[in-house]
Structure formats: C-alpha cells, structure tokens
Design a protein around this ligand. Sequence first.
Ligand SMILES: C[S@@+](CC[C@H](N)C(=O)[O-])C[C@H]1O[C@@H](n2cnc3c(N)ncnc32)[C@H](O)[C@@H]1O
Length: 376
Amino acid sequence: MTAWRDRLGVPRDRFIPPEVWVDDPVTGGFVSVSRKIDQARWRELVEADEPIITQVDDGKTRPGAVGFQPTSSCSKPSLVADMLDALQVEDGHRVLEIGTGTGWNAANLRERVGDDGQVTSLEVDLELAEQAVRALTGAGSAVLVVTADGTKGYPDRAPYDRLIATASVRRVPRAWIEQAVPGAVIVTPWGTDYCNGTLLRLTVPGDGSAWGRCGKNLRFMRVRDQRREFLDPSGAEISGADKGTTLRSARELFEMTEFSRAAFTIGLRVPSCYLTIEDIDADHRHIELHDVRTASWARVVMARGADFEIYQLGPRRLWDEADAAYAWWLESGLPSPDRYGLTVTVNGTHEVWLDEPTSEHRWTVQGLKPGGGCSP
Ligand SMILES: C[S@@+](CC[C@H](N)C(=O)[O-])C[C@H]1O[C@@H](n2cnc3c(N)ncnc32)[C@H](O)[C@@H]1O
C-alpha cells in the first residue's frame, strides 16, 4: 500500500491544534504537548502515522492538567485513507461526515468530491466545530461544518451519496439510511459494548434498509450518546456476589478478549456487555463485564498458578453468557470477524449474519428480550 502522504492530498499540520495530548505513563492519564513549548515533539506527532488526541474529557480538562478520557482526535492517517477508499467517493458526490474533529478528513473529502461535489460535516462539540471551521477556512476548503448531533444526520442538505462516520456507533442511526440516496454507501466504525469494533461498509438499496460486511479492526471513540459505561461495585457488594471458578485456560481467556479470535463473535452474541481488562500486577489480571442498564457485573480473577475465580452480581450472569458465546464460537469453526455482515432492516433491527445474509447463522444483535434475556 502506498504511503499515506501519497494517498491524502491535504497536509495534516495546519489542522492540528497547538495543544495536543499524549499518554502519560506516570499518571496513567493524558498530558498536553504544546507546539509553542516543544515544537519538535509536536511536529513528530503530526508526522507519524498515528492518531493524535486533540481533546480530553469533552474539553473540561485544559492543557497543563491531567486528562482522563480522549474525546476527540485526528485519526491515524493510513486509516483515514483506507476509510476514504472504502467510501468510493466520486467527483460531484454529496457527502455527509459525522464527527468533524479537526476538519482534516473533511478537507480530504472535499478534495475528492471536486468542485461539483459538496461536503457537510457534523460535530457535536461547539469548540471543536469552531476550530475546524478556522482550519478549513485557512486551508481554503469549502466544507459546511454544523454543530449538531450527527446521529440525527442533517436533513437540510439530504439526500447524500456517501455518509462517513469518524466516531464509532453501536446502532446505525435510522436518519443516516433515510437521508441516503438509493445506491449510497455508508462507512462507519461499528462495534458492540464487548468489542469495539470493525469498519462496516453498508450499501443502501433504497427500501429503508442497509446491508454490508464487516472489515478490519479499528478502535474509534464512540459517538457521545453511545459511550460505554462501567460499574465499580464496592468490596461489600463483591463479597455478596455469586462466586465460582472456571476451567477455562489463560489461552482461552486470551481468545475471549482478542478481536481477531473470539471477542468479536462474543460481542455479537452477548448484548449490552462492556468488557474491561485491568492488569493488577505481573501475576494478576481482572477481566470484568459490565451492564449498567441492568446493574449486572462479573469479574474473572486470573492469578498465576491458581484457579481462576469468577464473581457475578445482578440479574444477568454476564460471565455465563460470555462463556456460552465462546463455546458457540468454538463449535462453529472459529469464525473470524471478516466473515460477518450486518443488515439493518426497514424497522431498524440489526441482524448479523455469517458469510451471507440468508445464512442459517443469523440473529438480532444488541437486542434484549423483555425481562432481560439475550436474543441470540
Ligand atoms: C475521531 S474524532 C474525528 C476525527 C475527524 N474526522 C478528523 O479528521 O479530525 C471523533 C469526533 O466525533 C465527535 N462526535 C462524537 N459524537 C458525535 C455526535 N453524536 N455527533 C457529531 N460528532 C460527534 C467528537 O466530538 C470528535 O470530534
């Protein structure tokens, strides 16, 4: 594959703000790098084929303080190029982007649609939208940036030939399909709470549905109202949890948490189940499963040389559900993520399938039956 600089015509540096954020090994959080104070480091970040964090904690943490959660970034350049290629933008296309961020992707889109095309980009955060407008104007790139919730689309300029999201979704919003022309393509990072996620490329036949296949692994930040949440039960609550052990080996637990092995399948079969992994020390790891909606929680304690203990709290037995999904993955020939596809039906149901839309292996994803059980 050609180097990203040959695939993306718009220089990146003029879209990157003077203060960006990097991992801080000391605090485990994020600290700012200032172009004014450390020009060489800032430049190195801009030139690398890596994402650059441009906002933390929805802008509530300012440069100089320690941030907790990245909330905007300029995506990894080679991935930006891959997503634009998957979108198959042509001259004259009307494109809707969800997640303006720095505006760099929008500027690259603008270049690809040519003078007869049109790019509209939606950003939920006012400060980011204003920064992007300044950068786009400075670069002479005619993009309409609107401060709005992108999951609602932008009916004023619909219909669109292409829609691209640069923040990940758990559910493909109805509005995107409704605002697309027949034959349109939607490219979006898509994931479950358990495994986030894959590059989904949907086509829109024009009957109110959309369908397509899952692609490579990517971990995008979520659109704001679909963020994942975790539970943090107290010691007293954990001491009252159901306790057991699992005979699963360390290798099997690794498979259960790895995208390219079973994690994607488990996420498709176990709805509303957020996976977190914490290394306590060199000999102890906690794998936790969280469903905030039903206040269900599970922890697997991996301890070197000991049985792996399981704790489960709440109405759902999340570990048992994940373990059953893993058993299904083993029985079904270890399907890899790229064998899956998704159909969003006219009524918005998300139906996932293996290999073909008509496969006997297909089920409704992310649906909980009334009363709490899983639909697969
Ligand atoms: C990975 S960044 C986007 C990168 C961007 N395309 C670029 O070129 O820099 C994701 C962006 O999505 C925005 N976002 C999150 N939820 C959103 C929503 N519901 N509607 C619109 N934008 C949203 C975030 O504020 C963030 O700026």
